[in-house]
Design a protein around this ligand. Structure first.
Ligand SMILES: [Zn+2]
Length: 251
């Protein structure tokens, strides 16, 4: 059983990955920033354990294995677990936004490496990586999907296949940036679907959703709902960064 897991972990990437390539058009690398890469990396806040077992919210001290945060205790997310590599704050936001919107890929390799670290407990259980898709119109404008770029490099590092064709965003949602938590959930409701011919493949799979920033979890929850309806088993999420603010506990 253990050797099966190992074989799977280091198996070649999925044969249908080529379909996902449609979602990945490599942007030009950028060197416009005056900061060096190592200066950027020294100023980031790295997220790791101890954290909420469910959503990855960082704790100041260990509360024991399997402990969840106050918010997850009251209103647990529908995904089975989420982890993030970096805290999204002043220092990390510039390189992340320049990667997301400006196509600056100089950090891509290290971003993906940190995400592999953050999601390390998921890899032995996972079957496939699925990047959060962009709507076609946004993909055309931006020229690349940053989540798919991250997922592709993570696929090389973990040996897990990357399948950008499992999820489609058929609703051109507005930017999540300035919206309230409720607005974010409404915005992505019904935005994703699984192509009919993919559904039989998804049945029973353990999936890790890959995205850039975890803000309220609305996008991850919408993707989880769609994949679960299509028959997926366990669904985890790994994001590059996460907004960490005092928790509002729903009443
Ligand atoms: Zn939590």
């Amino acid at each position: 059983m253990e050797s099966d897991k190992k074989t799977k972990l280091f198996a070649p990437v999925g044969k249908k990955m080529a379909r996902g390539i449609l979602d990945i058009v490599l942007p030009p690398d950028g060197t416009a920033s005056h900061k060096t890469v190592s200066e950027d990396w020294a100023s980031f806040v790295y997220l790791d354990e101890p954290c909420c077992d469910r959503c990855g919210f960082p704790f100041d001290y260990s509360r024991g294995t399997g402990e969840v945060c106050a918010r997850c205790m009251v209103d647990p997310p529908i995904f089975d677990g989420a982890r993030s590599a970096l805290q999204y704050e002043e220092e990390s936001s510039a390189p992340i936004l320049s990667f997301k919107h400006g196509g600056r890929t100089r950090h891509l390799e290290r971003f993906a490496q940190q995400m592999v670290r953050a999601g390390r407990t998921f890899w032995p259980k996972a079957d496939v990586l699925v990047p959060v898709p962009l709507h076609f119109l946004r993909l055309r404008k931006r020229k690349f999907n940053q989540a798919a770029l991250l997922a592709r490099v993570m696929s090389e590092k973990t040996g897990l296949p990357c399948r950008a064709d499992y999820l489609w965003r058929h609703k051109p949602t507005t930017s999540q940036g300035l919206q309230t938590a409720k607005g974010r959930f409404r915005n992505v409701q019904g935005a994703f679907s699984v192509p009919e011919d993919i559904k039989p493949e998804i049945k029973g799979k353990n999936i890790v959703i890959i995205d850039d920033v975890y803000t309220t979890g609305a996008t991850l929850e919408a993707c989880t709902r769609t994949l679960r309806r299509a028959g997926a088993n366990k669904i985890y999420a790994v994001t590059l960064a996460r907004v960490v603010r005092d928790q509002e506990i729903p009443t």
